[in-house]
Write a protein that binds this ligand. Sequence first.
Ligand code: GLY
Ligand code: MN
Ligand code: MN
Length: 421
Amino acid sequence: MRIAGDDAILVLPAAPERIRSRDTHYPYRQDSDFWYLTGFPEPQAVLVLVPGRAHGEAILFCRERDPDREGWDGPRHGPEGAVDSFGFDDAYPIDDLDEILPGLLEGRTRVYYHFGHDTEFDIKLIGWVNRVRALVRSGAQPPHELLELGHLLDELRLFKSPAEIRMMQRAADISVRAHEAAMRAARPGVHEYELQAEIERVFRMHDAVPAYGSIVGAGANACVLHYVANNAQSKEGDLVLVDAGAEYRGYAADITRTFPVGGRFGKEQRALHDLVHEAQAAALAEARPGLPYEAGHEAAVLTLTEGLLRLGLLKGNLEKNVAGGTYRRFYRHKTGHWLGLDVHDVGDYRIDGQSRLLEPGMVFTIEPGLYIAPDDTSVAAKWRGIGIRIEDDVLVTRDGHKVLTARLARSADEIEALMAG
Ligand code: GLY
Ligand code: MN
Ligand code: MN
C-alpha cells in the first residue's frame, strides 16, 4: 500500500474454481498474489486494499457461512471469521461486492489490478469503473489510470522473507526425500508412473502436493523437456530423468536428478552426467550478490561447450562454437528461473536491457542439461537417446548462496552410492 500511494486502490480476486469434468473440479489452488497478501485459502473471495482509508484499508469479500453448503464442501471462514483469524480490517459477503466496490473506487485515481488472468473478473471490474464514470455529472471522481499490479507485487515477491525461506526449505527437504525414494525404488523394468507414485507418495506423506506435473522420463523420454505422459517401461541400461518438486504452503521446490535404473551409470552416460554436473558447479560459482543473474547461464554454456568439444560431440574451436551457440543442439533451455509461490516465479530478469544483479533473498534454480536426440545421426550412436539434467534450488545470501536442496545426492558417485545403499 505504501508503494501504491494514498490515491490508489488494489483489487485482487482469489483464483476461480475450474471444472475438470462435468461437475467435478480440479484440486483448488489459490492465486499466488492473493495467497501472498492474505493467506486466505477459499475461492470466491476478493481482496481490496484502500491505502489510507479511515474505515479500514484491508477489506476482504468472501463467502458467507452456510451450514447446508458447508455440509457438502467443508467449512468456510465467513466475513467474521476472516477478520478474526486473518487480520483484515473489514470483511463483507462476496454477494455485496457489486454494490460496495464502485463506492470504494470512487475518488481513487489509480487502480492496480492484474489484467488478463481471469477474463470474467476483468469484465466485472470494467463494469464497476463504468458505474462510477456514469456518476461524473453528480460529482463522482472515477479512477483514470488502470495499472498492472504485477509491476508492484512481483518485485516484492522476488525477495523472500525469512518466513518464506523457511517454507521453501521445507518444500526443498520434502522434495529431497521424494527423489531419494524414487532412486531407491528404481530397477530395470520399472514403469515411469511407479517412480512418480513414489515421489508423490512422499509429498503427500508430508502434507505437500506436486508444484507442477512431475516429469519422469526413462531412456530417450528424458530428451522431451516437458514430458508428462510418464507411462513407459524402463529397460536395463536406461537412465531415468526425474524433474519433480513439492509445493508446501504454496511454496515450490524444483529438483531434477537423472539416475540409472540399474544403479550404475554406463561410460557415455557418466561422461555426460559429469559434464552437466561440472556446468552446474560453474553456474553455482556465479551465485552471489552483485553478480549478474545471467552470469550463471553463461558459465554453464561455456563449460558445456568445452566438454562437448572434448567428447567429440561438437567439432572445431571453442571461440567459434561459443559465438555460434552450437551447444543449442543439445541444450535448448536456460539454466534457471526464479522460484517461489510459482515454480517459474515472478520478477524481472533484465532491467533497462541489462541482466539484473543478484541480491540476498532471491531464490532461483540452476538446471543445466544435455539432451542427445535418439535420431541424431550426426553423433556417434553410443551417445544417442541420452538426456540428463541436474537441477537444484539456490538462495542468494549476504555473502554468497545456500543450496536449499544440497542434501540430495548429485554427482554420479553419490547417486550410485545412494542406490546401492
Ligand atoms: N520443472 C520445470 C522446470 O524445471 O523449470
Ligand atoms: Mn526448473
Ligand atoms: Mn524442474
